[in-house]
Design a protein around this ligand. Sequence first.
Ligand code: AMP
Ligand code: MG
Length: 475
Amino acid sequence: MQELEGFKFSNPFADLPEDLFHKQNWTPFDNPKLIHFNEELAELLGFPKDLNAEDLVPFINGNKAFKHSVPLSMAYAGHQFGSWVPQLGDGRGILLGQIQTEDGLMDLHIKGAGKTPYSRFGDGRAVLRSTIREYLCSEAMHHLGIPSSRSLIMIGSDEPVFRETTEFGAMMVRVAKTHIRFGHFEYLMHNKKSELIPILLNHVIENYFPELRASKAGYTDLFEKIVSSTARLIAKWQAFGFAHGVMNTDNMSILGETFDFGPFGFLDDYNPGFICNHSDHSGRYAFNNQPSIGLWNCHALAAALKDHIEIERTKEIINSYEGFFYDELTAIFRRKLGLLVEQADDLKLIEEFLSWMQKNKKDYTLTFRNLAKEQDSLFEDDEGKSWHEKYQHRLSFEKTSSEDRSKMMTRANPKFVLRNYLAQEAIQDAEKSDFTKLKDLLKVLKNPYEENSEFDDFANAPPEWGKKLEISCSS
Ligand code: AMP
Ligand code: MG
């Protein structure tokens, strides 16, 4: 216990000017109960090896304090669905502290922690349903190989929280390299605190890009890193069929990690116009709009940084977004198709495959997975057969054996993704205090490329009821 209390937090963010946050404690639940603890991640963060997760609960619920943590809620702003919102901030989150690890600095953030000065009209809480969705998805993304925040621990409560119906409150600890968002810089720029922008930029360089410390144009170099990591992240989302749902600038990490999971969804059938967020009436954040919204968000960031970065180079960087995106996308799709040789027409081959999948309402994940195995039975119609012939011809330029290729494709095409209906089943059980499905799902999603035939059911396309789930922003 002593060890836990003295756990080594360092808090460089808390040393920044106080305009950026509000130091505060948070609001505990009366009867917190442990739902899940991610031992593997805890070990990476340096928590004691023999830690009993129950001992950690009072520290997360807020009944006990870590001696070295400086808890705070962050101030930021952002563009929500394209409209400017001057004041957002952690309305239900607390940055508990930061930890220096082998992989660099890690933020520990409590989501669902109660009211803060930035809660506006909200109650500061998160419901069990949305907490489970985030907890599962951030781990699923990480193990797919997509940069993402992660989940350390989840606790539930009997505290009623009012949404469309009465639900129960929960908290989770999210671990991310940073919680600095595009919206942090927009906040400073639009709220006439521009003099703080270089301070925050220096903080980012100091802690995350030490190689830029000596650069003459460090802020512009940093902007380029942000643009390229954003473009590459979104290429990964597209390649794995992930729709984020709320790509507001306040949900964009400056380190290109997926975070702030709300009404996200993985594609079942390949439907590029898929809108996962029921509240997104115009389809601004539809699956196939994500790449251009990523660019839109980079423009918003450039506008916030305009007095600190070189304008001509900024224009060039913005123009490179598409190149960063397509380089990454093509590289991933080549692996998905088992191609090691690079040919100019590869993207066209991929596009034709996708178009065939769309017309035939093929399951995105399963179709790619099956391509690594039973190809002939996949293509029954003329268009499919003709694409298959082209693909076979293309493969004749490869030097790998078909066995090696099949292995490589199995490692590039997951069998398991967090389909909405699976999350929904885990939630329904958890609401009745049965966490078996949640635990099983976490186990499977940790190894999404393995056969794991014991869990074959989790690879299935959704049943009829699971195709029509409506997920909204209310969480
Ligand atoms: P999100 O859509 O989760 O990214 O949240 C957008 C903004 O609303 C952020 O400033 C959140 O902190 C805030 N927010 C969301 N839910 C709540 C809530 N239940 N109570 C207070 N603030 C909230
Ligand atoms: Mg958010």
